[in-house]
Design a protein around this ligand. Structure first.
Ligand code: ASP
Length: 310
């Protein structure tokens, strides 16, 4: 029997309102409870697959860190070696969902569907979006069409690649967009429909073991009048890499260039990104790497993995 493994990490999708207020506790539901509202719909597919839920952690995703990524990565690697496992769904808070998806995209070597989903409204809200997102994520994970497409994010009936997806709205249920490439597909009548035959993006995969520790790589965001002081303190703090989220296509004040040059001379890797979400950031200096279309957060993960790989 085909198995879809559900890994829960917390977030609003497992959130429960506190009393009658708008406030809610993220990650309050167990892995089993999160499935309750969609049990009947899943029963329609019981001859095709079963869903096995496991809790990885139960937190608000603002507290996700490299230790949890490592735990998730090691757990998934074990799970996907089971032949009966067809795909994996990970429920996650929306705040750092795109970062976790990107981390897994660059570290997992598998053609099995790995799907992340979340919700903007807690489970006790009038029209919670979590059950629908979870149901559709499970459908995508069980589909052969989703194989070999890299890590995907299913939100609000759209399917996005981990490479480009971003949280672009602070409150709305339509909170995720792929600013450069658009969604790679949608879900229609319980079936994923992919736009085009785009397979997984080709890039290096960083394989690691449980002993890994990631190095400190901060993101520094450009602002008018930046003196470069924050770059210098990052070097002092022992950063081995710095992502500088510049203006526009990746520009920075002359004062910052001086500080970044000093970083490069001291073997600190500099990657130039941009705080503007659409388009490509290119470093204007050959000593610095370019983040291209990656958000500063994703550029940071890539740099962290590159530094580990050396
Ligand atoms: N605070 C939540 C989280 O990221 C937000 C959400 O899930 O939508 O865990």
């Amino acid at each position: 029997m085909k198995k879809i493994i559900l890994l829960t990490t917390g977030g609003t999708i497992a959130g429960v309102n506190i009393g009658k207020s708008e406030k809610y506790e993220a990650g309050a539901l167990s892995a089993d409870e999160i499935l309750t509202p969609i049990k009947e719909r899943l029963a329609e597919f019981e001859s095709d697959f079963t869903v096995e839920p496991y809790e990885v952690c139960s937190i608000d995703s603002k507290n996700i860190n490299e230790t949890i990524w490592k735990k998730l990565y090691l757990a998934i690697n074990k799970i996907i070696s089971d032949e009966d496992v067809e795909g994996i769904v990970i429920t996650h808070g929306t705040d750092t969902l795109a970062e976790t998806a990107f981390f897994l995209e660059y570290t997992l070597k598998t053609d099995k569907p790995i799907i992340l989903t979340g919700a903007m409204r807690p489970s006790t809200a009038l029209s919670a979006d979590g059950p629908d997102n979870l149901f559709r994520a499970i459908l995508v994970a069980s589909s052969p069409l989703a194989k070999n497409r890299g890590v995907l994010v299913v939100m609000n009936n759209e399917i996005h690649s981990a490479i480009d997806v971003m949280k672009t709205h602070k409150n709305n249920v339509a909170a995720f967009k792929s600013p450069n490439m658009g969604p790679v597909g949608i879900i229609v009548n319980d079936n994923p429909v992919f736009f085009g035959a785009v397979a997984k993006f080709k890039h290096k995969i960083y394989i690691f073991n449980e002993n890994i520790t990631f190095t400190y790589v901060p993101i520094i965001t450009a602002f008018a009048g930046d003196s470069g002081e924050l770059v210098l303190s990052a070097i002092k703090r022992g950063a081995k890499g710095i992502v500088y989220a510049g203006f526009g296509a990746g520009t920075y004040p002359d004062t910052v260039k001086k500080a970044l040059d000093f970083a490069a001379q001291n073997n600190v890797k500099v990657m130039i990104a941009s705080s503007v979400p659409e388009g490509v950031a290119e470093a204007r200096d050959e000593n610095f790497a370019s983040a291209g279309l990656l958000s500063p957060q994703k550029a940071r993960i890539l740099l962290m993995l590159e530094l580990y790989g050396e």
